[in-house]
Design a protein around this ligand. Structure first.
Ligand code: TYD
Length: 197
């Protein structure tokens, strides 16, 4: 089973993902961007405010392809529980926002189309919900993707994704205390595991 964690920068999803290591030590924990050289290239693009957004999309997508073949598919074939901190929805939400002023008429559909040929959809996606102002304040707005106005566009893209596939998403209120968010997510993962066996 593949469970992904999504949310705006500063939503607290990485803290939750780290806490899940203790409650579900049997799971395979992974993340995007990855730690491969593809992920390093992605991180260079994130830190370069002048990076071309279409080029950045393809770097993220290359990292995803490598992540699938090297980590995700082998673990799923081994019947493992895989928990990924960010996954393809991050591209659908963030790169669709980054490409909103480009020549592409429907950036989200375009990005989904590129992925659909080769990706593996998550079984469940836990969306940690915080408003863009809280997200920008918590993340410190240190890179091009952490500005409140940009995050407002990313948030509305995530809402479109949730509206399109409400059965895949579980929404968790990220404005609760970190302990409450962690407890809620641990319960969700326990229930999903239980429903599988
Ligand atoms: P991440 O390392 O998850 O940052 P954080 O832990 O602060 O959430 O992601 C780095 C940045 O890259 C973040 O601003 C979100 C962005 N991002 C995309 O724009 N598209 C993607 O596909 C992914 C995986 C991340």
């Amino acid at each position: 089973m593949l469970i992904t964690l999504e949310g705006l920068d500063g939503s607290g999803k990485t803290t939750v993902w780290e806490a899940l290591h203790d409650s579900h030590p049997e799971a395979t924990f992974t993340r995007e961007p990855t730690e491969s050289w593809y992920g390093e290239a992605v991180n260079r693009a994130i830190d370069d405010d002048g990076a071309d957004p279409l080029a950045t999309l393809f770097l993220f997508t290359a990292d995803h392809a490598d992540h699938l073949s090297r980590t995700i598919r082998p673990a799923l074939e081994n019947d493992e529980l895989v928990i990924s901190d960010r996954y393809s929805d991050s591209r659908y939400a963030y790169q669709a926002a980054a490409l909103s002023g480009s020549d592409l008429t429907r950036p989200m559909e375009y990005i989904r189309g590129i992925h659909s040929a080769f990706t593996r959809e998550p079984d469940k996606t836990i969306y940690i919900d915080v408003d863009p102002e809280t997200a920008a304040a918590r993340s410190g707005s240190t890179n091009q993707f952490e500005d409140a106005a940009f995050l407002a566009q990313v948030e509305s893209n995530y809402e479109r994704l949730i509206d399109a596939e409400p059965e895949r998403f579980v929404r968790v209120d990220g404005t609760q205390s970190p302990e409450a968010v962690i407890d809620t997510v641990e319960d969700v993962v326990d229930r999903l595991r239980g429903s599988q066996s």
